[in-house]
Each structure stands twice: as C-alpha cells, then as structure tokens.
Design a binder for this molecule. Structure first.
Ligand code: NAD
Ligand code: DAU
Length: 352
C-alpha cells in the first residue's frame, strides 16, 4: 500500500532511527523528514539512506503553519509521526521559552495544519505524537511504575512543555475526532545520540580522559531502552495502535545513575584497551540538576499484552553495541564536539 508519511525531527537521535526503519521497511511509503536542523539535528545521522527514492528531506520549522499545511496538502500526507522537540532537560532549565515555542506551539501548529489539510476526512489518517515518561513526574524508591493512568505531574520546563503538547493532541482527538495516539517512552540510548545526554557524553569524556560530571549523589534512577527497540515500537503502534489511546514504552530496565556510569566506564575502558574501571577516577560529583526527578520507571505491559511488543536487546548487549558504535564513529562525535558545541559544553559542565 502506498502512503505518504511525515516524520518530524528525523535528523535527531530517535527520529533518525525511525526514518531509517520506515525507509528500509516500507519501500512503497514516501517518508518526508521535516527538521529545522537545530543544534541537535544532524543529517550525518541519515547518510546511509539519504539517496533512497522513498526519502525526502525538508528543512523547516514545525512552528511555520503555512509551510506545514503546504507540505501536507501538496504531498497528500496521511500519517504524521511527530518527534521534533527541544529534548534536553538542562537546556530547558536555562531557556524554557524555546521549549514552550517548539514543543507546545510546534505541536499545536502541526495539529491545526493536519486538521485543515484533512478537512474532517480522517479515514486512514493518523497523528502520532512521541512523548516522554517525564510528564508523569517522579517516583520514590519503591516498586511503583508509571502506567497509562498515572496522573501528569511534570516538574521541569521540558516535561511541562511535553505534558502540554500531549494534552493538545488528546484535545484534538476529543474535540475534532482527529485520529491520534500518544506514546510516553523512557530514556533511550544507542547510536547517534547528541553528546549532551549522559551516555554519549560520558563515553566521549572517558575517551578523552575528561571529568565525568555526576549530578548530586548519582542516586537518581532511569529506565533505559535501546533506541532501535523504541523505533520498532513506534512502527508497531503507528500501524496497529488504537486511535485515541496512549501507550507507555519502556525496557523494564531500571538503573541507578552511578551504577550505570560504572558499567559505561568498564565497557569503554575495556574496548579502549585500558584496565577495566581505570576511568572511575574521572568521576566528579557536581551540583545536582534543579528539580532533578528521583526515579522514572515505565510499566509497558499494555503494549506487551495488546500489541505483543517487547524489547529485543538485553541491556548488557545494548550497552556494548552503543559504546562500540561511539568508539568506531569518532569522526561523527568530533564533528559535533568541535565549534559551537564546545562553547556550550564549557558553560554547561565546566562552570558549575
Ligand atoms: P533530539 O534532540 O536528538 O532531536 C530533536 C530533533 O528535532 C532535532 O533533529 C532537531 O533539529 C529537531 N527540531 C527541534 N526543533 C524543531 C523545530 N522547531 N522544527 C523542526 N524540527 C525541530 O531529540 P530525541 O532525543 O531524538 O527525542 C525525539 C523525541 O522523542 C522528542 O519529542 C522527545 O521529547 C521524545 N523522547 C525522547 C526520549 C529520549 O530518551 N531521548 C525519550 C522519550 C521521548
Ligand atoms: O525519560 C525520558 C527522557 O530521557 C527524555 O524525555 C529526554 O528527552 C531525554 O533527554 C532523557 O532525559 P534525562 O534527563 O533523563 O536524560 P539525561 O541523559 O540528560 O540524564 C540522565 C540522568 O543522568 C539524569 O538523572 C541526569 C543525570 N546526568 C546527566 C548528565 C547529562 C548526570 O548525572 N550527569 C550529566 O552530565
């Protein structure tokens, strides 16, 4: 079956994996990657598929209503997978306005453009919004998990902006009947992640013998999922999910930051031919992130029971693959960490 699908934010970390999966798996679909190419957007993430006949790249801002409507109308778009966002919590603490603009207004702009483009004829259409577990707030150190019914309780400007965008998506379903789905996923890791995020940042710092800034006591817990497993879940839900529904996506894989950091250190040291654990001396406890949520943990049993999804990779395997990828792709990393990013890095991590 022919389909015309927009993926927003396809030049970013998760988006690039989603674009690659769809372009390779569905030769009859045309995939329109709409990305503004902010600091986090990188076309090098898609080098291997950029010449495929069913792939188109459009450099555009999701907040630009006329351009979004034009792309939807001109290309008979029937599906939208919306990942474009400002995604880094620390940046949201410094600059909340940009997060409200892109994450809230950008999502609303796309929704309204889709409503106009589809003119109430919603048969065969889908607006799929990618969101985060951070909208649910923080858990304590017990066995509680976030379910699809957990009350929203965002704490950071990032999670507040994502929560607001989720509400707009549901409002368009309830008010206008737009077929839409929201998924809330836990922390992703894997190739092509921007090195402001914990795992690629630490792998790169270990490689260069730089300090590893652990926020607070390193006791916060995150639930980690290999990015290709997230992309597979998105594919499944886009095709089989129920309009109007929400699905949580997670790996049932909780790690205390400091324990995860030690695994990254051991793996990176080993793959660099150093003594395992040698780089633990680089650990540097720094001031905690403001409003740092203690623990996130996703209950992904609805997705497992209703659609049969489960993560394909064991964590040990995923981490090994990830560290190996960053060490094998040093040029990719060096192209990012030179120039502008270097200045940001200095401000963010060295002047705490
Ligand atoms: P990322 O920061 O790596 O990529 C974001 C992409 O969006 C970039 O390519 C950027 O250029 C693009 N973009 C930003 N503003 C834009 C705009 N105004 N118009 C068009 N494009 C714009 O982000 P990511 O980590 O890949 O996250 C993707 C999505 O998944 C986000 O919506 C995020 O909230 C969500 N999410 C991320 C994680 C995670 O662990 N990374 C977990 C759950 C949910
Ligand atoms: O839970 C899903 C979310 O995961 C996504 O919605 C976000 O887009 C994504 O960025 C990620 O958010 P986190 O804040 O959890 O990811 P980050 O990699 O920034 O941090 C992971 C944990 O490590 C967190 O507890 C903060 C801590 N940390 C992070 C950095 C960058 C450190 O201790 N030191 C660091 O230098």
């Amino acid at each position: 079956m022919r389909r015309n699908i927009i993926v927003t934010g396809g030049a970013g970390f998760i988006g690039s994996h989603v674009v690659r999966l769809f372009v390779e798996k569905y030769p009859d679909y045309t995939i329109y990657n709409i990305d503004k190419l902010t600091y986090a957007g990188n076309l090098a993430n898609l080098k291997d598929i950029e010449d495929r006949p069913n792939y188109r790249f459009v450099k555009a801002d999701v907040c630009d209503f006329d351009t979004m409507l034009g792309i939807m109308r001109d290309n008979d778009i029937d599906g939208i997978i919306h990942l474009a966002a400002e995604s880094h919590v620390d940046r949201s603490i410094k600059d909340p306005f940009t997060f409200a603009r892109t994450n809230v207004m950008g999502t609303l702009t796309l929704l309204e453009a889709a409503r106009r483009a589809w003119e109430g004829r919603y048969e065969g259409k889908m607006f799929y919004h990618i969101s985060t577990d951070e909208v649910y707030g923080a858990l304590g150190f017990d066995s509680t998990l976030f379910t699809e019914n957990t009350r929203y309780d965002p704490h950071s400007p990032y999670s507040a902006s994502k929560a607001s965008s989720d509400h707009f998506v549901r409002a368009f379903h309830d008010t206008y009947g737009m077929p839409s789905i929201v998924t809330n996923c836990s922390n992703n890791y894997g190739p092509y992640q921007f090195p402001e995020k914990l795992i690629p940042l630490f792998i790169n710092n270990i490689r260069h013998g730089r300090p590893l800034p652990v926020y607070g006591k390193g006791e916060n817990v995150r639930d980690w999922l290999y990015v290709e497993d997230h992309a597979r879940a998105i594919d499944l839900i886009f095709h089989k999910g129920k309009a109007g529904d929400t699905y949580n996506i997670g790996g049932f894989n909780e790690w205390k930051n400091i324990d995860l950091i030690k695994v990254i250190i051991k793996t990176t040291d080993r793959l660099l031919g150093r003594m395992e654990g040698e780089s633990e001396r680089l650990i540097s406890y720094v001031k905690d992130r403001a409003g740092h949520d203690l623990r996130y943990a996703i209950d992904a049993s609805k997705l497992r029971d209703e659609l049969g999804w489960k993560p394909s990779l064991q964590f040990e395997e995923g981490i090994e693959k990830t560290v190996r990828w960053y060490l094998d792709n040093q040029q990719w990393m060096d192209n990012i960490t030179s120039g502008e990013y270097e200045k940001y890095y200095e401000d963010m991590y060295c002047k705490r």
